[in-house]
Write a protein that binds this ligand. Structure first.
Ligand code: SF4
Ligand code: SF4
Length: 336
């Protein structure tokens, strides 16, 4: 679809938000009591933040929940009954205010969940999602979107992308049919575009991802991995905050003759992640797990999924308890 450009005034933005949040589920960022930025369903417009750099957790849970039931079962003597989850009950969600890196991550997740066999749970949630993204007018030392082929105003993954002007109004790029459907709810709120420039932050490029991918092809046995992962404590926080990490575990939870099977987020940084029942662990030490994380995102995914496994949001670095900084490590890797 050809992109349409419109102007939406500050007051109209509030009207649009209020219309959307009174008629459907809107997932928007707020500043929580501990000053962390988190997303909530249908907060009041006055509580929504427009000046955050990144939320603590990404927004991937709208398409890949932290814990998701897959089916229920009942056992009766020799018979078992399985009840599927009714995916038609998954509701429409409008994601409001997520930044371009997080929105681009939906494409990355699609390249994983719909790679060979389509994951119906993920696909249905993505189908039901409308993304109203906001360009970044703020950034910090952890951001590196420009090193992974994105920019602070990339449109990838957004249905509408809003960019703030100096006077508080917004330019709107309407990018998809889902975006058009939002505009058609209140077309009078979208006016003719002006020449005013949007406030977009600049993010320094820290490494060249193609050079990193090329370097990784021969780096598997390099001492770099041990030297650069000695302080990693394997807490898994980097995977939990990451918008593109998609590993999950599957468990059964039963009581008497009834139970359910569910999946929940997992992390390749955990020692138990690859532990076999025999006791053998093919990734026995933390350096092998750290190598896997980087290899998967920057070597295996470009090869298998035609997609990088990182959008440069900087969450893993800003959230790591021992200051492992992925961008610094990738920059160093490029030069080994
Ligand atoms: S957050 Fe840091 S310490 Fe924890 S697993 Fe990731 S790199 Fe290691
Ligand atoms: S690997 Fe780190 S910087 Fe890259 S997308 Fe995940 S959390 Fe963001």
């Amino acid at each position: 679809m050809e992109t349409t450009r419109k102007l939406i005034r500050k007051q109209s933005l509030e009207k649009l938000y209020n219309i959307l949040s009174t008629t459907r589920k809107v997932y928007a960022p707020v500043i929580a009591s501990d000053k962390q930025v988190e997303y909530k369903y249908n907060p009041a417009f006055t509580d929504v933040t427009f000046d955050h750099i990144r939320s603590t957790l990404s927004v991937k849970n709208v398409v890949f929940p932290k814990v998701e039931n897959l089916f229920y079962y009942t056992n009766k003597q020799t018979e078992s009954t399985i009840t599927d989850i009714d995916l038609n009950k998954i509701q429409d969600v409008v994601l409001w205010g997520a930044h371009p890196c997080d929105n681009a991550a939906f494409d990355t997740l699609r390249s994983i969940f719909c790679w060979d066999i389509t994951d119906e749970f993920f696909a249905k949630r993505l189908e039901k999602l409308v993304v109203i993204g906001f360009s970044c007018h703020l950034s910090d030392e952890y951001c590196f979107c420009t090193s992974v082929g994105l920019t602070p105003n990339s449109t990838k993954g957004s249905d509408i992308l809003l960019s703030r002007l100096k006077n508080g109004d917004y330019h709107a790029e309407i990018l998809t049919e889902k975006g058009n459907a939002i505009v058609s709810i209140s077309p009078e709120l979208f006016e003719s575009v002006t020449n005013e420039e949007a406030e977009i932050t600049s993010v320094k490029q820290k490494f060249n991802h193609e050079q990193v991918t090329a370097k990784l092809a021969t780096a598997f046995e390099n001492p770099f991995w041990v030297a650069n992962s000695l302080r990693c404590i394997g807490c898994g926080a980097c995977a939990y905050v990451c918008p593109t990490c998609a590993c999950f575990d599957i468990q059964d939870e039963a009581s008497g003759k009834e139970g359910k099977r569910y999946r929940s987020w997992d992390s390749c940084g955990f020692g138990l992640f690859t532990l076999h029942t025999s006791g053998h662990n093919p990734r026995n030490v933390q350096s092998q797990r750290w190598r896997q994380r980087i290899m998967h995102k920057f070597s295996y995914m470009p090869e298998r999924n035609n997609s990088l496994g990182c959008v440069g949001c900087g969450r893993c670095s800003s959230g790591c308890p021992v200051d492992m900084n992925i961008a610094e490590q990738l920059e160093a890797l490029q030069n080994i």
